[in-house]
Design a protein around this ligand. Structure first.
Ligand code: ADP
Ligand code: ADP
Length: 227
């Protein structure tokens, strides 16, 4: 379980978050939704310490992220961004394996692990493992980004507008994929989007942010039913 306790983030002349309290349950697909500038990314990044709150703390299973070894923390927290930032000179296999290489896995273990994950995201390893990023569509590149994030079997995935740059067809396919993966892998996912339709479609529960404050928290039905 992830707990955000009274998270405030103050930038020079801008309060990005104001005393945000929130709980995300284990295995939940939890969506943070709100307009641009509402504080979604800032809140998400407090989890893997890309942002340090001005006050308040984030707990994962009761332990403050501030007390954890940064490498350990990020090893257990997968991270997927809008632009998948694959290395252009590396193959799909090499890109997907970056995390495992860093963890010291040996080649004989890495290859089957990545092939298995490529299959899970509907990329046939025979066709895709040796491609370079330039030979991938936007949706395919995001699938590789998801494989890279999943490689070390994280208990928590942070996803920041992962599908916002995709065309509507690819977006729909990737939304279905993430629902399927979430079912299958039983990981906790915190998913950021400015797209209310996407939020309603994906969320087990969701939080609506506005000007750095939580406006609503609940299931999509509850959020829709609120006045
Ligand atoms: P969202 O993800 O909802 O678009 P952000 O969390 O990116 O919102 O930003 C929230 C607010 O904090 C915005 O007003 C933004 O300009 C500001 N902000 C975000 N990052 C920084 C930063 N590194 N320095 C200064 N202000 C920032
Ligand atoms: P940049 O300024 O290059 O965008 P950041 O300072 O945001 O980079 O982050 C540093 C690097 O750490 C980035 O490449 C980012 O993708 C990576 N990173 C951040 N969080 C995680 C995580 N939880 N797991 C793995 N890598 C991460």
């Amino acid at each position: 379980m992830i707990e955000f306790k009274a998270i405030t983030k103050q930038y020079a002349d801008d309060t990005a978050l104001q005393a945000v309290n929130l709980r995300v349950n284990s295995r939940e697909l939890f969506v943070l939704v709100g307009p641009s500038g509402s504080g979604k990314t800032t809140l998400l990044k407090t989890v893997n310490r890309l942002v340090v709150p001005t006050s308040g703390q984030v707990l994962i299973d009761g332990e403050s992220v501030a007390d954890q070894d940064l490498q350990q923390l990020r090893r257990h927290v997968g991270y997927v961004l809008q632009s998948s930032a694959l290395f252009p000179n590396m193959t799909v296999m090499q890109n997907a394996a970056v995390q495992l290489e860093a963890l010291g896995w040996d080649k004989a273990q890495i290859k089957p692990r990545i092939e298995h994950l490529l299959q899970l995201v509907d990329l046939d390893p025979k066709l895709y493992a040796q491609r370079k990023p330039a030979q991938l569509s936007g949706g395919e590149a995001q699938r590789v980004g998801i494989v890279r994030a999943l490689a070390a079997d994280p208990k928590l995935m942070l996803m920041d507008e992962p599908f916002s740059a995709l065309d509507p067809v690819a977006k729909r396919q990737l939304q279905n994929l993430i629902l399927r993966l979430h079912q299958k892998l039983a990981t906790t996912i915190i998913f950021v989007t400015h797209d209310m339709q996407e939020a309603l479609r994906l969320a087990d529960r969701m939080a609506v942010l506005h000007n750095g404050r939580l406006q609503q928290v609940g299931t999509p039905q509850a959020v829709l039913a609120a006045p």
